[in-house]
Design a protein around this ligand. Structure first.
Ligand code: GTP
Ligand code: SPV
Ligand code: MN
Length: 601
């Protein structure tokens, strides 16, 4: 089962050693392997995945050093129904999270955990979220029996001995336990290609900075550095310490004169962060570079501004829809050293997914069945993903690993809204921007298990990721804004997904979103025109650069129309949404809602 020998333990930190020993005693693995983070180790992990039948090599002439992994069809996305915030008080988890008491949850999980790694290797993965030694970064130690999770962590985070060295004797690290929940009778017993368990728990203990995950090997359920640590646990730490942990991409924009702005943007899962983070502007002279595509940690710098780092080192990106036309830089990033999950396999040993190119024929779909175009079912799962090293992105910004972070000029909120919300608006103030973030809504996507397409409120794109009471989270935004005062980023609300009555996207999106970014940049500089409307500031006539854009007549006026009736119709549902937060809803947000109602008349 396990080809890799145990390696030397490179820490004397008693807290780390005790944590690992307790995990070993509980999980009862066949052996324990401390991950050192080397390239050699990564290659061994890939090899063991191939040997176990979990993965297969892709054609090295097409995708060097890359593997294809197909998961169990019952384990393909985050499981929000089984995600828990186990704070001591139920009230601290708030109305948007599942809650169980920490003792009760630990009792339940300890039973499931008992012997769960029998016959398997327990990997110990010390990892850093953020550049090692950065004052904005944070460390975690994760144990897992999934080589797939470890290989992904290698790409997505900084793993290994250097993390233990940076941690030293400190006890300030997030403790993560993960098992797929599929013990083996013996190391030589027959295994399945994708071990997992029907029972799943993704549990967080915010006060003690612990994550206990059970039963799933996929994505955010298993790569504990990502949503579990960098958002759910980190959001609590950020509240306690006065900083921000957000579900945001980070982008560097340079105008033709060489001036730079840094933009962070919060869109819900599968709503366009990776695409915006890597876009190629269509306006001459403008440059966009990537710092991050999913998570953003921001702390105040000595100058009082918010400085951001990308805590990750890779992209766990949505494959379907990614093409040379939609996201050329992602396609270039994907040439080698990639883990592909749940995409289709072509005849010549390459990968394929819906929207990548003309359909290949024949192919093997993500469920290992033969597939032909027109068969009526997708070849790749809608939440098929690629795991790619960020350093391979051709437009990665040179400062992406700067431990000091980059000063953020603008924050964007956005979601999938077929109607009501215009292409872009600027908030009237930080407080108004916080209000806009708090009422964000989006149609559900395949990134989480459940019904796709349903409109739901997803405040700041953090609904599945906020580790505490969402009302307190809103207050934290307001408090941080008061602290930063005039030095806070400007806030904008964008919507690339407005549709015509026939159901067609009105805005071409993707690279053309650079036109909106240009307006945002120039609003930050104070040079672009805006008009005041009841819902915020919209581009003045001619302020949005549309040179060379091919857009249906009438589409633009629809995109920038203030839909007073639509907004008025939404007011009761916003009130209802706010009511769910009870006394924890900041009064400031009710005031903003009243003010909006008055402005709408
Ligand atoms: P997570 O990784 O789940 O957090 O998703 P994400 O926010 O990074 O989303 P991503 O950029 O991967 O985009 C998801 C889907 O939205 C893909 O199918 C894209 O093709 C599509 N998409 C992205 N940008 C646009 C756009 O501007 N317009 C339209 N119509 N679709 C877009
Ligand atoms: C998301 O769902 O927002 C993702 C993918 O980025 S996962 O890592 O599975 O959370
Ligand atoms: Mn995401």
């Amino acid at each position: 089962m396990n080809a890799m020998p145990p390696v030397e333990v490179k820490t004397t930190n008693p807290a780390v050693l005790a944590f690992v020993e307790e995990a070993r005693a509980l999980f009862k693995p066949e052996n324990v392997r401390w991950c050192n983070g080397t390239k050699w180790e990564y290659q061994e992990l890939l090899k063991s995945l191939v040997d176990a039948g979990t993965a297969q090599w892709l054609n090295p002439a097409k995708r060097p050093n890359s593997i294809l992994v197909r998961s169990d069809p019952a384990d393909v996305a985050r499981v929000e129904d089984q995600t828990f915030i186990c704070s001591r008080s139920k009230d601290d988890a708030g109305p948007t999270n599942n809650w169980a008491g920490p003792d009760e949850m630990k009792r339940t999980l300890a039973q499931l955990y008992d012997g769960a790694m029998a016959g398997r290797t327990m990997y110990v993965v010390p990892y850093s979220m953020g550049p090692i030694g950065s004052p904005i970064a944070g460390i975690g130690v994760m144990v897992t029996d999934s080589a797939y999770a470890v290989a992904n962590m290698h790409i997505m985070t900084r793993v290994g001995d250097r993390v233990l060295a940076a941690l030293g004797q400190s006890t300030d690290f997030v403790r993560g336990l993960h098992t797929v929940g599929y013990p083996l009778a013996s190391p030589s017993a027959a295994d399945v290609p994708w071990p997992c368990n029907k029972t799943k728990y993704i549990s967080h203990f915010p006060e003690t900075r612990e994550i206990w995950s059970y039963g799933s090997g996929y994505g955010g359920n298993a790569l504990l550095g990502k949503k579990c640590h960098a958002l759910r646990i980190a959001s609590v730490k950020a509240r306690d310490e006065g900083w921000m942990a957000e579900h945001m991409l980070i982008l560097k924009l340079t105008n033709p004169e060489g001036r730079v702005k840094y933009v962070a943007a919060a869109f819900p899962s599968a709503c366009g962060k990776t695409n915006l983070a890597m876009l190629v502007p269509t306006i001459p002279g403008w440059k966009a570079e990537t710092l991050g595509d999913d998570i953003c940690w921001m702390k105040f710098g000595a100058d009082g501004r918010l400085y951001a780092i990308n805590p990750e080192t890779g992209f766990f990106g949505v494959a379907p829809g990614t093409s040379n036309e939609s996201n050329l830089n992602a396609m270039k990033t994907l040439h080698a050293n990639i883990i592909y999950s749940n995409v289709a396999l072509t005849d010549d040993g390459d990968v394929w997914w819906e929207g990548m190119s003309e359909p290949p024929a024949p192919a093997i779909d993500w469920m290992r069945r033969s597939w032909t175009p027109g068969s009526g079912r997708p070849a790749a799962h809608p939440n098929a993903r690629f795991t790619a090293p960020a350093a391979q992105c051709p437009v990665i910004a040179k400062e992406w690993e700067d431990p000091a972070g980059v000063p953020i000029d603008a924050i964007l909120f956005g979601g999938r809204r077929a109607s009501v919300v215009p292409l872009v608006s600027e908030a009237l103030s930080w407080r108004h921007g916080t209000f806009l973030g708090s009422i964000m809504a989006s149609e559900k996507t395949a990134a989480a298990a459940g019904k796709v397409g349903e409109l739901r409120r997803d405040p700041m794109a953090m609904l599945p990721f906020c580790g505490y009471h969402m009302g307190d989270y809103f207050q934290h935004w307001i408090t941080v804004g008061e602290k930063g005062g005039s030095k806070m980023p400007k806030i904008f609300y964008v919507n690339w997904f407005r549709k015509s009555p026939e159901g067609k996207f009105l805005w071409p999106g993707y690279a053309e979103n650079s036109r909106v970014l240009k307006w945002i940049f120039e609003r930050c500089e104070g040079t672009a025109g805006a008009v005041d409307t009841p819902i915020g500031k919209l581009p003045a006539e001619g302020a949005l650069d549309l040179n060379g854009l091919n857009i249906a007549p009438g589409a633009l006026s629809e995109l920038l129309r203030v839909d007073r009736d639509g907004w008025r119709t939404e007011l009761p549902s916003i009130r209802e949404h706010f009511a769910t937060f009870g006394a924890k809803l900041p009064a400031a947000l009710n005031e903003e809602l009243d003010a909006l109602g008055q402005r709408l008349g």
